[in-house]
Write a protein that binds this ligand. Structure first.
Ligand code: SAH
Length: 220
């Protein structure tokens, strides 16, 4: 699966992409991530990507043209590939449909080859971008961030770990095992502030059925 991130702050996303499971997924070529900066597609001398809002109001709006050109560049790249692409275009937006595991699963099931994620900054993006590409507005939660880069990384992370062979061990995907949100590793007893914190006895019991039952019970 190929991800294409459109952001005026590539340096914000780069370190995340070279780390841990995602970094290894890229090295193993299970996923590929390209980053495009709308600033590289501006036609003005100052590489300005924002402008004042029609109708007034505070802040600046990301202009339509540099983003449209960046997305078109991605589309052309995909069109040149031998294998036909199936593209999903996502706009990060606090007012959009809420992102979830279910949404990520649908992306995988629908066999998209390319996910384009557009990151907003300032007050957001000129609404015509969404109309031109029939993009989907997606929010990662009921709060407002200063930019779409973190949302893009959240979505990429959740979708990528569902791509076969990205996780070393597929059984790590929650749905395919009995998982718990409460977990322990050594030491068995940890002392802090004169108090002893112990690993629940059942986990030390070796009794498979009881352990699975406990894990189900601890799942919130
Ligand atoms: N004025 C806008 C907020 C802009 S926040 C409004 O009232 O809706 C700037 C950018 O950050 C947005 O364009 C979007 O790309 C991103 N963003 C902020 N919060 C987000 C969230 N919860 N989910 C997804 N993207 C978000």
């Amino acid at each position: 699966m190929n991800f294409h991130i459109i952001t005026i702050f590539p340096e914000v996303v780069q370190p995340y992409l070279s780390t841990g499971v995602i970094g290894r997924g890229i090295i193993k070529k299970k996923i590929a991530v390209s980053v495009y900066n709308p600033r590289d597609y501006t036609k003005n001398k100052h590489k300005k990507v924002d402008d004042i809002p029609y109708g007034g109001g505070p802040g600046m709006i990301m202009a339509v043209d540099p983003i449209v050109l960046a997305v078109k560049k991605v589309q052309q790249k995909i069109a040149r590939r031998k294998i036909k692409g199936k593209i999903k275009i996502i706009m990060t937006s606090p007012g959009g449909k809420e992102f979830s595991n279910t949404y990520a699963d649908k992306i995988i099931k629908n066999k998209y080859t390319d996910i384009i994620i557009i990151c907003g900054r300032y007050e957001g993006i000129d609404a015509r971008v969404k109309k031109i590409f029939k993009a989907e507005d997606i929010s990662i939660g009921n709060y407002v961030l200063t930019g779409g880069e973190l949302p893009a990384m959240v979505m990429l992370d959740v979708i990528a770990r569902r791509v076969p062979d990205v996780l070393g061990n597929m059984s790590s995907i929650e749905e395919s095992r009995v998982s718990s949100h409460e977990m322990y590793t050594r030491p068995e007893v940890y002392e802090c502030g004169g108090k002893k914190y112990r690993v629940p006895k059942v986990l030390l019991s070796g009794h498979h059925k009881n352990i699975e039952e406990w894990k189900r019970g601890s799942k919130k």
